[in-house]
Design a protein around this ligand. Structure first.
Ligand SMILES: *[C@@H]1O[C@H](CO)[C@@H](O)[C@H](O)[C@H]1NC(C)=O
Ligand SMILES: *[C@@H]1O[C@H](CO)[C@@H](O)[C@H](O)[C@H]1NC(C)=O
Ligand SMILES: *[C@@H]1O[C@H](CO)[C@@H](O)[C@H](O)[C@H]1NC(C)=O
Ligand SMILES: *[C@@H]1O[C@H](CO)[C@@H](O)[C@H](O)[C@H]1NC(C)=O
Ligand SMILES: *[C@@H]1O[C@H](CO)[C@@H](O)[C@H](O)[C@H]1NC(C)=O
Ligand SMILES: *[C@@H]1O[C@H](CO)[C@@H](O)[C@H](O)[C@H]1NC(C)=O
Ligand SMILES: *[C@@H]1O[C@H](CO)[C@@H](O)[C@H](O)[C@H]1NC(C)=O
Ligand SMILES: *[C@@H]1O[C@H](CO)[C@@H](O)[C@H](O)[C@H]1NC(C)=O
Length: 459
Protein backbone atom coordinates (compact mmCIF):
# COMPACT_ATOMS: atom_id res chain seq x y z
CA UNK A 1 0.00 0.00 0.00
CA UNK A 2 2.64 2.51 1.10
CA UNK A 3 4.89 1.41 -1.68
CA UNK A 4 2.16 2.02 -4.16
CA UNK A 5 1.51 5.57 -2.96
CA UNK A 6 5.18 6.37 -3.04
CA UNK A 7 5.43 5.04 -6.53
CA UNK A 8 2.61 7.36 -7.59
CA UNK A 9 4.26 10.29 -5.98
CA UNK A 10 7.59 9.58 -7.58
CA UNK A 11 6.01 9.25 -10.99
CA UNK A 12 4.10 12.49 -10.66
CA UNK A 13 7.05 14.41 -9.33
CA UNK A 14 9.03 13.08 -12.21
CA UNK A 15 6.39 14.33 -14.60
CA UNK A 16 6.31 17.75 -13.04
CA UNK A 17 10.07 18.11 -13.08
CA UNK A 18 10.06 17.00 -16.66
CA UNK A 19 7.46 19.56 -17.70
CA UNK A 20 9.12 22.46 -15.94
CA UNK A 21 12.66 21.72 -16.93
CA UNK A 22 11.71 21.18 -20.53
CA UNK A 23 10.01 24.52 -20.96
CA UNK A 24 12.99 26.86 -20.79
CA UNK A 25 15.65 24.91 -22.58
CA UNK A 26 15.09 25.81 -26.20
CA UNK A 27 14.05 28.53 -28.55
CA UNK A 28 10.55 29.57 -29.24
CA UNK A 29 9.34 29.30 -32.79
CA UNK A 30 8.15 32.63 -34.23
CA UNK A 31 4.93 31.19 -35.66
CA UNK A 32 4.02 29.77 -32.26
CA UNK A 33 4.85 33.03 -30.52
CA UNK A 34 2.68 35.06 -32.93
CA UNK A 35 -0.21 32.65 -32.53
CA UNK A 36 0.00 32.98 -28.75
CA UNK A 37 0.15 36.76 -28.79
CA UNK A 38 -2.76 36.99 -31.21
CA UNK A 39 -4.72 34.55 -29.13
CA UNK A 40 -4.19 36.72 -26.08
CA UNK A 41 -5.31 39.82 -27.98
CA UNK A 42 -8.57 38.13 -28.98
CA UNK A 43 -9.81 38.46 -25.43
CA UNK A 44 -10.29 41.13 -22.90
CA UNK A 45 -8.03 39.81 -20.15
CA UNK A 46 -9.15 40.65 -16.71
CA UNK A 47 -6.21 39.34 -14.80
CA UNK A 48 -6.97 38.84 -11.16
CA UNK A 49 -3.41 38.53 -9.96
CA UNK A 50 -0.76 41.19 -9.99
CA UNK A 51 1.76 38.73 -11.42
CA UNK A 52 -0.76 37.31 -13.81
CA UNK A 53 0.36 34.68 -16.22
CA UNK A 54 -0.16 36.51 -19.48
CA UNK A 55 1.89 39.50 -18.24
CA UNK A 56 5.00 37.54 -19.07
CA UNK A 57 3.79 37.15 -22.62
CA UNK A 58 5.88 39.76 -24.43
CA UNK A 59 7.01 39.80 -28.01
CA UNK A 60 10.63 40.36 -27.02
CA UNK A 61 10.97 37.33 -24.77
CA UNK A 62 11.35 33.59 -25.15
CA UNK A 63 7.83 32.18 -25.53
CA UNK A 64 8.62 28.73 -24.22
CA UNK A 65 9.42 30.31 -20.87
CA UNK A 66 6.16 32.22 -20.62
CA UNK A 67 3.86 31.30 -17.79
CA UNK A 68 1.34 28.62 -18.65
CA UNK A 69 3.28 27.34 -21.65
CA UNK A 70 5.28 24.21 -22.22
CA UNK A 71 7.07 23.41 -25.44
CA UNK A 72 8.33 20.20 -26.92
CA UNK A 73 12.05 20.20 -26.14
CA UNK A 74 12.97 18.85 -29.56
CA UNK A 75 10.74 20.85 -31.89
CA UNK A 76 9.98 24.00 -29.90
CA UNK A 77 6.26 23.57 -30.58
CA UNK A 78 3.83 24.61 -27.85
CA UNK A 79 2.35 21.42 -26.42
CA UNK A 80 0.78 22.54 -23.17
CA UNK A 81 -1.32 25.63 -22.61
CA UNK A 82 -2.47 26.16 -19.07
CA UNK A 83 -4.57 29.30 -18.80
CA UNK A 84 -7.05 28.53 -16.08
CA UNK A 85 -8.65 31.33 -14.09
CA UNK A 86 -7.01 34.27 -15.73
CA UNK A 87 -10.46 35.45 -16.79
CA UNK A 88 -10.39 35.63 -20.50
CA UNK A 89 -13.64 37.30 -21.50
CA UNK A 90 -15.39 36.79 -24.80
CA UNK A 91 -16.14 34.09 -27.32
CA UNK A 92 -13.64 31.57 -28.63
CA UNK A 93 -14.02 32.05 -32.38
CA UNK A 94 -13.61 29.31 -34.92
CA UNK A 95 -10.85 31.34 -36.59
CA UNK A 96 -9.01 31.86 -33.29
CA UNK A 97 -5.23 31.78 -33.45
CA UNK A 98 -5.42 29.11 -30.80
CA UNK A 99 -6.07 26.58 -33.53
CA UNK A 100 -2.75 27.41 -35.11
CA UNK A 101 -1.03 25.77 -32.16
CA UNK A 102 -1.35 22.50 -34.01
CA UNK A 103 0.83 20.53 -31.62
CA UNK A 104 -1.13 21.21 -28.47
CA UNK A 105 -1.53 18.11 -26.34
CA UNK A 106 -3.05 19.70 -23.30
CA UNK A 107 -5.34 22.72 -23.16
CA UNK A 108 -6.76 24.10 -19.95
CA UNK A 109 -9.05 27.10 -20.20
CA UNK A 110 -10.93 26.40 -16.98
CA UNK A 111 -12.48 29.19 -15.02
CA UNK A 112 -12.52 31.67 -17.85
CA UNK A 113 -15.53 33.56 -19.08
CA UNK A 114 -15.75 32.18 -22.59
CA UNK A 115 -19.11 32.54 -24.21
CA UNK A 116 -20.77 30.96 -27.22
CA UNK A 117 -20.21 27.40 -28.27
CA UNK A 118 -17.02 25.44 -28.47
CA UNK A 119 -16.03 25.78 -32.14
CA UNK A 120 -15.62 22.70 -34.24
CA UNK A 121 -12.10 23.86 -34.97
CA UNK A 122 -11.15 22.19 -31.70
CA UNK A 123 -11.04 18.97 -33.67
CA UNK A 124 -8.19 20.46 -35.72
CA UNK A 125 -5.97 20.01 -32.71
CA UNK A 126 -5.10 16.50 -33.68
CA UNK A 127 -2.72 15.86 -30.81
CA UNK A 128 -4.99 17.08 -28.05
CA UNK A 129 -5.21 14.63 -25.19
CA UNK A 130 -6.37 16.82 -22.32
CA UNK A 131 -9.13 19.36 -22.69
CA UNK A 132 -10.31 21.18 -19.64
CA UNK A 133 -13.10 23.68 -19.89
CA UNK A 134 -14.29 23.64 -16.31
CA UNK A 135 -16.52 26.60 -15.63
CA UNK A 136 -16.41 28.01 -19.12
CA UNK A 137 -19.84 28.56 -20.50
CA UNK A 138 -19.93 26.16 -23.36
CA UNK A 139 -19.56 22.64 -24.56
CA UNK A 140 -20.41 21.23 -27.89
CA UNK A 141 -18.71 20.25 -31.06
CA UNK A 142 -16.68 17.33 -32.10
CA UNK A 143 -14.25 15.41 -30.07
CA UNK A 144 -10.84 14.45 -31.04
CA UNK A 145 -10.35 10.72 -31.17
CA UNK A 146 -7.09 10.97 -29.31
CA UNK A 147 -8.65 12.70 -26.35
CA UNK A 148 -7.60 11.05 -23.11
CA UNK A 149 -9.11 13.51 -20.73
CA UNK A 150 -12.22 15.64 -21.04
CA UNK A 151 -13.23 17.93 -18.25
CA UNK A 152 -16.26 20.14 -18.81
CA UNK A 153 -17.41 20.38 -15.21
CA UNK A 154 -19.27 23.46 -13.98
CA UNK A 155 -20.62 24.66 -17.25
CA UNK A 156 -24.25 25.12 -18.06
CA UNK A 157 -24.55 22.15 -20.31
CA UNK A 158 -27.86 20.42 -20.70
CA UNK A 159 -29.54 17.69 -22.69
CA UNK A 160 -28.00 14.28 -23.13
CA UNK A 161 -24.36 13.35 -22.92
CA UNK A 162 -23.03 13.57 -26.50
CA UNK A 163 -22.82 10.10 -28.03
CA UNK A 164 -19.92 11.23 -30.18
CA UNK A 165 -17.76 10.59 -27.12
CA UNK A 166 -18.01 6.93 -27.96
CA UNK A 167 -15.44 7.50 -30.66
CA UNK A 168 -12.90 8.72 -28.11
CA UNK A 169 -11.64 5.25 -27.44
CA UNK A 170 -8.59 6.59 -25.61
CA UNK A 171 -10.67 8.47 -23.08
CA UNK A 172 -9.48 7.82 -19.52
CA UNK A 173 -10.95 10.74 -17.67
CA UNK A 174 -14.44 12.16 -18.07
CA UNK A 175 -15.81 14.81 -15.77
CA UNK A 176 -19.14 16.52 -16.44
CA UNK A 177 -19.95 17.50 -12.86
CA UNK A 178 -22.29 20.36 -12.04
CA UNK A 179 -24.07 20.80 -15.30
CA UNK A 180 -27.67 20.32 -16.28
CA UNK A 181 -27.39 17.03 -18.14
CA UNK A 182 -30.68 15.21 -18.11
CA UNK A 183 -30.06 11.75 -19.41
CA UNK A 184 -30.39 8.10 -18.44
CA UNK A 185 -27.32 6.22 -17.26
CA UNK A 186 -24.81 6.26 -20.13
CA UNK A 187 -24.36 2.49 -20.37
CA UNK A 188 -22.56 3.00 -23.65
CA UNK A 189 -19.58 4.44 -21.79
CA UNK A 190 -18.51 0.93 -20.97
CA UNK A 191 -17.47 0.71 -24.62
CA UNK A 192 -14.64 3.05 -23.74
CA UNK A 193 -12.08 0.43 -22.79
CA UNK A 194 -9.71 2.83 -21.04
CA UNK A 195 -12.10 4.82 -18.90
CA UNK A 196 -10.62 5.22 -15.43
CA UNK A 197 -12.42 8.22 -14.01
CA UNK A 198 -16.12 8.90 -14.49
CA UNK A 199 -17.67 11.87 -12.69
CA UNK A 200 -21.35 12.61 -13.37
CA UNK A 201 -21.86 14.35 -10.03
CA UNK A 202 -24.58 17.00 -9.60
CA UNK A 203 -26.60 16.74 -12.77
CA UNK A 204 -30.07 15.45 -13.51
CA UNK A 205 -29.21 11.98 -14.65
CA UNK A 206 -32.07 9.63 -13.86
CA UNK A 207 -33.47 6.11 -14.16
CA UNK A 208 -31.88 2.76 -13.30
CA UNK A 209 -28.16 2.09 -13.28
CA UNK A 210 -28.44 -1.54 -14.15
CA UNK A 211 -29.99 -3.08 -17.21
CA UNK A 212 -31.51 -6.50 -17.00
CA UNK A 213 -29.37 -9.47 -17.90
CA UNK A 214 -26.50 -7.20 -18.84
CA UNK A 215 -23.98 -6.76 -16.10
CA UNK A 216 -22.06 -3.55 -16.18
CA UNK A 217 -18.36 -3.89 -16.61
CA UNK A 218 -15.91 -1.06 -16.20
CA UNK A 219 -12.65 -2.97 -16.18
CA UNK A 220 -10.40 0.04 -15.64
CA UNK A 221 -12.59 2.35 -13.63
CA UNK A 222 -11.03 3.75 -10.46
CA UNK A 223 -13.17 6.74 -9.68
CA UNK A 224 -16.92 6.40 -10.09
CA UNK A 225 -18.81 9.43 -8.84
CA UNK A 226 -22.45 9.66 -9.83
CA UNK A 227 -23.57 11.44 -6.68
CA UNK A 228 -26.37 13.99 -6.51
CA UNK A 229 -28.45 12.85 -9.43
CA UNK A 230 -31.77 11.06 -9.61
CA UNK A 231 -30.74 7.51 -10.32
CA UNK A 232 -33.11 4.91 -8.91
CA UNK A 233 -33.86 1.19 -8.98
CA UNK A 234 -32.13 -1.83 -7.51
CA UNK A 235 -28.51 -2.84 -8.01
CA UNK A 236 -28.22 -6.62 -8.59
CA UNK A 237 -25.99 -8.40 -6.11
CA UNK A 238 -23.29 -9.05 -8.74
CA UNK A 239 -23.28 -5.41 -9.84
CA UNK A 240 -19.61 -4.80 -9.08
CA UNK A 241 -18.38 -8.23 -10.14
CA UNK A 242 -16.52 -7.06 -13.24
CA UNK A 243 -14.94 -3.86 -12.03
CA UNK A 244 -11.50 -5.37 -12.20
CA UNK A 245 -9.38 -2.29 -11.54
CA UNK A 246 -11.09 -1.71 -8.24
CA UNK A 247 -10.52 -5.28 -7.18
CA UNK A 248 -6.84 -5.61 -8.03
CA UNK A 249 -3.80 -3.65 -7.00
CA UNK A 250 -2.41 -3.58 -10.51
CA UNK A 251 -1.26 -0.07 -11.31
CA UNK A 252 -1.01 0.99 -14.91
CA UNK A 253 1.81 3.33 -15.62
CA UNK A 254 -0.31 5.82 -17.53
CA UNK A 255 -2.60 6.13 -14.52
CA UNK A 256 -0.35 8.80 -13.12
CA UNK A 257 -1.20 10.99 -16.05
CA UNK A 258 -4.77 11.51 -14.99
CA UNK A 259 -4.27 11.39 -11.24
CA UNK A 260 -2.01 14.36 -11.50
CA UNK A 261 -4.45 16.03 -13.79
CA UNK A 262 -7.33 15.22 -11.49
CA UNK A 263 -5.54 16.88 -8.61
CA UNK A 264 -5.04 19.95 -10.72
CA UNK A 265 -8.58 20.34 -11.95
CA UNK A 266 -11.48 18.67 -10.19
CA UNK A 267 -9.52 18.20 -7.02
CA UNK A 268 -8.36 21.69 -6.40
CA UNK A 269 -11.48 23.46 -7.54
CA UNK A 270 -13.58 21.23 -5.33
CA UNK A 271 -11.49 21.63 -2.25
CA UNK A 272 -13.31 23.18 0.63
CA UNK A 273 -16.56 23.41 -1.26
CA UNK A 274 -17.94 19.92 -1.36
CA UNK A 275 -16.90 16.60 -0.04
CA UNK A 276 -13.29 16.57 -0.86
CA UNK A 277 -13.61 14.27 -3.86
CA UNK A 278 -10.05 14.63 -3.14
CA UNK A 279 -9.04 14.08 0.40
CA UNK A 280 -5.45 14.86 0.87
CA UNK A 281 -2.88 13.62 -1.57
CA UNK A 282 -3.99 10.54 -3.40
CA UNK A 283 -6.73 9.38 -1.11
CA UNK A 284 -9.33 9.77 -3.84
CA UNK A 285 -7.42 7.29 -5.82
CA UNK A 286 -10.15 4.62 -5.79
CA UNK A 287 -13.59 5.89 -5.03
CA UNK A 288 -17.22 4.92 -5.43
CA UNK A 289 -19.68 7.67 -4.62
CA UNK A 290 -23.33 6.96 -5.41
CA UNK A 291 -24.65 9.23 -2.64
CA UNK A 292 -27.61 11.53 -3.05
CA UNK A 293 -29.66 9.39 -5.42
CA UNK A 294 -32.73 7.23 -4.98
CA UNK A 295 -31.21 3.79 -5.15
CA UNK A 296 -33.19 1.00 -3.51
CA UNK A 297 -32.88 -2.59 -2.44
CA UNK A 298 -29.87 -4.31 -0.89
CA UNK A 299 -26.35 -3.02 -1.08
CA UNK A 300 -24.85 -5.49 -3.59
CA UNK A 301 -22.79 -8.25 -1.93
CA UNK A 302 -20.25 -7.91 -4.72
CA UNK A 303 -19.08 -4.61 -3.24
CA UNK A 304 -16.86 -6.87 -1.14
CA UNK A 305 -14.85 -7.73 -4.25
CA UNK A 306 -13.56 -4.19 -4.69
CA UNK A 307 -10.64 -4.76 -2.37
CA UNK A 308 -8.79 -1.64 -3.47
CA UNK A 309 -11.58 0.77 -2.65
CA UNK A 310 -10.55 3.65 -0.42
CA UNK A 311 -13.68 5.78 -0.30
CA UNK A 312 -17.23 4.41 -0.41
CA UNK A 313 -20.17 6.77 -0.10
CA UNK A 314 -23.69 5.35 -0.44
CA UNK A 315 -25.41 7.85 1.82
CA UNK A 316 -28.69 9.55 1.06
CA UNK A 317 -30.38 6.79 -0.88
CA UNK A 318 -33.13 4.31 -0.05
CA UNK A 319 -31.02 1.20 0.46
CA UNK A 320 -32.71 -1.44 2.62
CA UNK A 321 -31.69 -4.78 4.12
CA UNK A 322 -28.57 -5.49 6.12
CA UNK A 323 -25.11 -4.02 5.80
CA UNK A 324 -23.31 -6.77 3.86
CA UNK A 325 -20.58 -8.38 5.94
CA UNK A 326 -18.54 -8.61 2.73
CA UNK A 327 -17.65 -4.96 3.39
CA UNK A 328 -15.21 -6.47 5.85
CA UNK A 329 -13.17 -7.56 2.81
CA UNK A 330 -12.40 -3.99 1.83
CA UNK A 331 -9.14 -3.89 3.71
CA UNK A 332 -7.96 -0.60 2.18
CA UNK A 333 -11.12 1.32 2.98
CA UNK A 334 -10.53 4.65 4.70
CA UNK A 335 -13.95 6.25 4.51
CA UNK A 336 -17.39 4.62 4.59
CA UNK A 337 -20.62 6.60 4.57
CA UNK A 338 -23.90 4.64 4.70
CA UNK A 339 -25.90 7.36 6.45
CA UNK A 340 -29.49 8.29 5.58
CA UNK A 341 -30.76 5.04 4.13
CA UNK A 342 -33.14 2.42 5.48
CA UNK A 343 -30.62 -0.20 6.47
CA UNK A 344 -31.59 -2.59 9.26
CA UNK A 345 -29.95 -5.32 11.32
CA UNK A 346 -26.65 -5.07 13.14
CA UNK A 347 -23.40 -3.36 12.22
CA UNK A 348 -21.29 -6.34 11.05
CA UNK A 349 -18.44 -7.23 13.39
CA UNK A 350 -16.25 -7.72 10.31
CA UNK A 351 -16.03 -3.93 9.89
CA UNK A 352 -13.99 -3.82 13.07
CA UNK A 353 -11.15 -5.55 11.22
CA UNK A 354 -10.67 -2.67 8.81
CA UNK A 355 -7.55 -1.07 10.17
CA UNK A 356 -7.43 1.90 7.78
CA UNK A 357 -11.08 2.78 8.18
CA UNK A 358 -10.81 6.17 9.84
CA UNK A 359 -14.08 7.77 8.96
CA UNK A 360 -17.49 6.12 8.91
CA UNK A 361 -21.10 7.13 9.21
CA UNK A 362 -24.10 4.88 9.88
CA UNK A 363 -26.49 7.59 11.02
CA UNK A 364 -30.19 7.79 10.17
CA UNK A 365 -30.93 4.18 9.34
CA UNK A 366 -32.83 1.51 11.25
CA UNK A 367 -29.83 -0.33 12.62
CA UNK A 368 -29.98 -2.10 15.97
CA UNK A 369 -27.89 -3.93 18.50
CA UNK A 370 -24.54 -3.00 19.98
CA UNK A 371 -21.94 -0.89 18.24
CA UNK A 372 -19.09 -3.40 17.78
CA UNK A 373 -16.77 -2.98 20.77
CA UNK A 374 -13.04 -2.49 21.02
CA UNK A 375 -12.60 -1.32 17.46
CA UNK A 376 -12.05 1.87 15.51
CA UNK A 377 -15.79 1.97 15.03
CA UNK A 378 -16.18 3.12 18.61
CA UNK A 379 -13.75 5.96 18.31
CA UNK A 380 -16.13 7.73 15.93
CA UNK A 381 -18.09 10.80 16.89
CA UNK A 382 -21.48 9.73 18.19
CA UNK A 383 -23.15 11.65 15.36
CA UNK A 384 -21.97 8.81 13.12
CA UNK A 385 -24.59 6.55 14.77
CA UNK A 386 -27.37 9.06 15.45
CA UNK A 387 -30.89 8.40 14.27
CA UNK A 388 -30.82 4.62 14.81
CA UNK A 389 -33.11 4.11 17.82
CA UNK A 390 -32.07 0.44 18.14
CA UNK A 391 -28.31 1.00 18.38
CA UNK A 392 -26.58 1.00 21.75
CA UNK A 393 -23.19 1.02 23.39
CA UNK A 394 -20.25 3.44 23.25
CA UNK A 395 -19.90 6.01 21.80
CA UNK A 396 -23.70 6.31 22.17
CA UNK A 397 -25.25 7.38 25.48
CA UNK A 398 -27.65 4.46 25.31
CA UNK A 399 -26.06 1.55 27.16
CA UNK A 400 -26.78 -1.91 25.91
CA UNK A 401 -27.11 -3.24 29.47
CA UNK A 402 -30.80 -2.95 30.04
CA UNK A 403 -31.89 -3.89 26.62
CA UNK A 404 -29.43 -6.74 26.52
CA UNK A 405 -30.60 -7.97 29.92
CA UNK A 406 -34.21 -7.89 28.86
CA UNK A 407 -33.26 -9.80 25.80
CA UNK A 408 -31.27 -12.29 27.83
CA UNK A 409 -34.25 -12.89 30.10
CA UNK A 410 -36.43 -13.48 27.09
CA UNK A 411 -33.89 -15.85 25.70
CA UNK A 412 -33.69 -17.71 29.01
CA UNK A 413 -37.44 -18.19 29.04
CA UNK A 414 -37.29 -19.35 25.48
CA UNK A 415 -34.54 -21.74 26.42
CA UNK A 416 -36.66 -23.21 29.18
CA UNK A 417 -39.47 -23.66 26.73
CA UNK A 418 -37.04 -25.24 24.37
CA UNK A 419 -35.89 -27.72 27.04
CA UNK A 420 -39.45 -28.79 27.47
CA UNK A 421 -40.02 -29.20 23.82
CA UNK A 422 -36.76 -31.11 23.47
CA UNK A 423 -37.87 -33.53 26.12
CA UNK A 424 -41.19 -33.84 24.41
CA UNK A 425 -39.48 -34.33 21.09
CA UNK A 426 -37.18 -36.98 22.54
CA UNK A 427 -40.13 -38.86 23.92
CA UNK A 428 -41.78 -38.71 20.53
CA UNK A 429 -38.55 -39.36 18.69
CA UNK A 430 -38.10 -43.11 18.89
CA UNK A 431 -41.52 -44.10 17.61
CA UNK A 432 -41.41 -41.02 15.35
CA UNK A 433 -38.32 -42.20 13.55
CA UNK A 434 -39.80 -45.59 12.98
CA UNK A 435 -43.06 -44.20 11.63
CA UNK A 436 -41.25 -41.61 9.55
CA UNK A 437 -38.98 -44.12 7.93
CA UNK A 438 -41.84 -46.43 7.12
CA UNK A 439 -44.00 -43.69 5.64
CA UNK A 440 -41.00 -42.32 3.76
CA UNK A 441 -40.26 -45.70 2.29
CA UNK A 442 -43.85 -46.24 1.20
CA UNK A 443 -43.99 -42.81 -0.35
CA UNK A 444 -40.73 -43.14 -2.23
CA UNK A 445 -41.59 -46.51 -3.68
CA UNK A 446 -44.95 -45.25 -4.66
CA UNK A 447 -43.53 -42.06 -6.12
CA UNK A 448 -40.90 -43.94 -8.02
CA UNK A 449 -43.54 -46.00 -9.85
CA UNK A 450 -45.61 -42.94 -10.41
CA UNK A 451 -42.71 -41.07 -12.04
CA UNK A 452 -41.82 -44.04 -14.17
CA UNK A 453 -45.41 -44.34 -15.32
CA UNK A 454 -45.67 -40.70 -16.25
CA UNK A 455 -42.35 -40.82 -17.97
CA UNK A 456 -43.41 -43.83 -20.05
CA UNK A 457 -46.67 -42.22 -21.05
CA UNK A 458 -44.65 -39.43 -22.74
CA UNK A 459 -42.30 -41.62 -24.69
C1 LIG B 1 6.69 40.45 -32.75
O1 LIG B 1 7.84 41.13 -33.21
C2 LIG B 1 8.20 40.84 -34.55
C3 LIG B 1 9.46 41.60 -34.89
O2 LIG B 1 10.16 41.99 -33.78
C4 LIG B 1 7.10 41.27 -35.49
O3 LIG B 1 7.41 40.93 -36.83
C5 LIG B 1 5.80 40.55 -35.07
O4 LIG B 1 4.72 41.02 -35.88
C6 LIG B 1 5.49 40.82 -33.62
N1 LIG B 1 4.33 40.02 -33.25
C7 LIG B 1 3.26 40.54 -32.68
C8 LIG B 1 2.13 39.60 -32.42
O5 LIG B 1 3.20 41.70 -32.35
C1 LIG C 1 -12.35 35.99 -37.10
O1 LIG C 1 -13.70 36.18 -37.53
C2 LIG C 1 -14.31 37.37 -37.01
C3 LIG C 1 -15.74 37.39 -37.49
O2 LIG C 1 -16.36 36.19 -37.21
C4 LIG C 1 -13.52 38.60 -37.48
O3 LIG C 1 -14.09 39.76 -36.94
C5 LIG C 1 -12.08 38.48 -37.05
O4 LIG C 1 -11.32 39.53 -37.56
C6 LIG C 1 -11.48 37.16 -37.50
N1 LIG C 1 -10.18 37.03 -36.90
C7 LIG C 1 -9.12 36.54 -37.54
C8 LIG C 1 -7.85 36.40 -36.73
O5 LIG C 1 -9.17 36.21 -38.70
C1 LIG D 1 -18.55 37.36 -18.47
O1 LIG D 1 -18.94 37.82 -19.73
C2 LIG D 1 -20.21 38.44 -19.75
C3 LIG D 1 -20.52 38.83 -21.17
O2 LIG D 1 -20.12 37.87 -22.08
C4 LIG D 1 -20.19 39.66 -18.84
O3 LIG D 1 -21.48 40.24 -18.80
C5 LIG D 1 -19.77 39.26 -17.44
O4 LIG D 1 -19.63 40.39 -16.63
C6 LIG D 1 -18.45 38.50 -17.49
N1 LIG D 1 -18.12 38.01 -16.15
C7 LIG D 1 -16.94 38.22 -15.57
C8 LIG D 1 -16.75 37.62 -14.23
O5 LIG D 1 -16.08 38.87 -16.10
C1 LIG E 1 -17.87 7.76 -34.82
O1 LIG E 1 -17.03 8.02 -35.91
C2 LIG E 1 -17.52 7.50 -37.14
C3 LIG E 1 -16.47 7.72 -38.20
O2 LIG E 1 -15.90 8.99 -38.09
C4 LIG E 1 -18.84 8.19 -37.47
O3 LIG E 1 -19.36 7.67 -38.65
C5 LIG E 1 -19.82 7.92 -36.34
O4 LIG E 1 -21.03 8.63 -36.57
C6 LIG E 1 -19.23 8.36 -35.02
N1 LIG E 1 -20.12 7.94 -33.95
C7 LIG E 1 -20.73 8.80 -33.15
C8 LIG E 1 -21.63 8.23 -32.13
O5 LIG E 1 -20.55 10.00 -33.25
C1 LIG F 1 -21.16 11.46 1.19
O1 LIG F 1 -21.96 12.19 0.28
C2 LIG F 1 -22.80 13.15 0.91
C3 LIG F 1 -23.71 13.78 -0.12
O2 LIG F 1 -23.48 13.43 -1.41
C4 LIG F 1 -21.94 14.19 1.60
O3 LIG F 1 -22.76 15.15 2.23
C5 LIG F 1 -21.06 13.50 2.62
O4 LIG F 1 -20.20 14.43 3.21
C6 LIG F 1 -20.24 12.39 1.97
N1 LIG F 1 -19.57 11.62 3.00
C7 LIG F 1 -18.25 11.66 3.19
C8 LIG F 1 -17.71 10.81 4.27
O5 LIG F 1 -17.52 12.36 2.53
C1 LIG G 1 -14.46 -12.07 1.26
O1 LIG G 1 -13.18 -12.68 1.42
C2 LIG G 1 -13.22 -14.04 1.72
C3 LIG G 1 -11.81 -14.51 1.98
O2 LIG G 1 -10.90 -13.90 1.12
C4 LIG G 1 -13.90 -14.80 0.58
O3 LIG G 1 -14.01 -16.15 0.90
C5 LIG G 1 -15.28 -14.22 0.35
O4 LIG G 1 -15.86 -14.82 -0.78
C6 LIG G 1 -15.20 -12.73 0.13
N1 LIG G 1 -16.54 -12.22 0.00
C7 LIG G 1 -16.87 -11.37 -0.95
C8 LIG G 1 -18.29 -10.98 -1.04
O5 LIG G 1 -16.08 -10.91 -1.72
C1 LIG H 1 -19.06 15.38 17.59
O1 LIG H 1 -19.22 16.40 16.60
C2 LIG H 1 -19.93 17.53 17.08
C3 LIG H 1 -20.14 18.51 15.94
O2 LIG H 1 -19.67 18.03 14.74
C4 LIG H 1 -19.16 18.17 18.22
O3 LIG H 1 -19.88 19.27 18.74
C5 LIG H 1 -18.91 17.15 19.31
O4 LIG H 1 -18.08 17.70 20.30
C6 LIG H 1 -18.25 15.90 18.77
N1 LIG H 1 -18.20 14.89 19.81
C7 LIG H 1 -17.09 14.21 20.07
C8 LIG H 1 -17.21 13.19 21.16
O5 LIG H 1 -16.05 14.38 19.48
C1 LIG I 1 -22.92 11.59 9.76
O1 LIG I 1 -23.94 11.96 8.84
C2 LIG I 1 -24.88 12.87 9.39
C3 LIG I 1 -25.98 13.10 8.37
O2 LIG I 1 -25.75 12.47 7.16
C4 LIG I 1 -24.18 14.15 9.79
O3 LIG I 1 -25.10 15.04 10.35
C5 LIG I 1 -23.07 13.85 10.77
O4 LIG I 1 -22.34 15.03 11.06
C6 LIG I 1 -22.13 12.80 10.23
N1 LIG I 1 -21.18 12.43 11.25
C7 LIG I 1 -19.89 12.17 11.02
C8 LIG I 1 -19.05 11.79 12.16
O5 LIG I 1 -19.42 12.23 9.89
Amino acid sequence: MMIKWRLCLIFSLFNLVFVFSSSASHLCRPDQKDALLEFKSEFYVQDLYANGRTKSWRNNSECCSWDGISCDPKTGMVVDLYLSVIILNGPLRSNSSLFRLQHLQSLDLSGNNLSGTLPESISKLKHLMVLSLVGCNFFDGLFNRRLRSLDVGRNRLSGVLPKSLINCTHLEFLNVEENGFSDTFPFWLRLLPNLQVLVLRSNQFHGPMSSLGDSLSFPKLRIFDISKNRFNGILPSDYFAKWSALSSSYLESQTVFYIEYYQKSVGLTNKGLEMELVGSGFTIYKTIDVSGNRLQGDIPESIGLLKELIVLNMSNNAFTGRIPSSLGNLTNLESLDLSQNRLSGKIPLELGKLTFLARMNFSYNMLEGPVPQGTRIQSQNSSAFAGNPGLCGAPLQETCGRKAKEKEDEEKEEEEDKTFSWIAAAIAYVPGVFCGLTIGHILSTYKHDWFVNIFHSFT
